[in-house]
Design a protein. Structure first.
Length: 99
């Protein structure tokens, strides 16, 4: 198996683990500081894959560009009040969320 096939298989696995969920069901992750906001211009599956292979350089770049951050109190409050559904995927110990 070449590297490209491994990448594709890993991304497909992450894709299958991605789903929409009401933000209210993710409150415990937010409270524990493990809910990470992913900007809408990023591919949630690709971000989860980069987390899963511990690509610190890419993650740091997204953070520097304000495309990735812990979910803020304001975001959490807004999503809770509007009963928002978000896309989410778990990459332990994190849960990545995207509007």
């Amino acid at each position: 198996m070449n590297e490209s096939n491994g990448y594709d298989i890993a991304k497909e696995k992450v894709n299958l683990e991605t789903s929409q969920i009401p933000w209210k069901k993710l409150q415990r992750f937010f409270a524990s500081g493990s809910a990470v906001y992913v900007a809408p211009d990023l591919d949630l599956v690709d971000v989860a894959y980069q987390f899963s292979i511990d690509n610190k350089d890419q993650v740091a770049s997204w953070m520097q560009n304000n495309q990735l951050a812990l979910v803020s109190d304001q975001q959490a409050s807004n999503w809770f009040e509007t009963d928002k559904e978000v896309w989410a995927v778990v990459v332990k110990p994190w849960i990545l969320v995207q509007e």
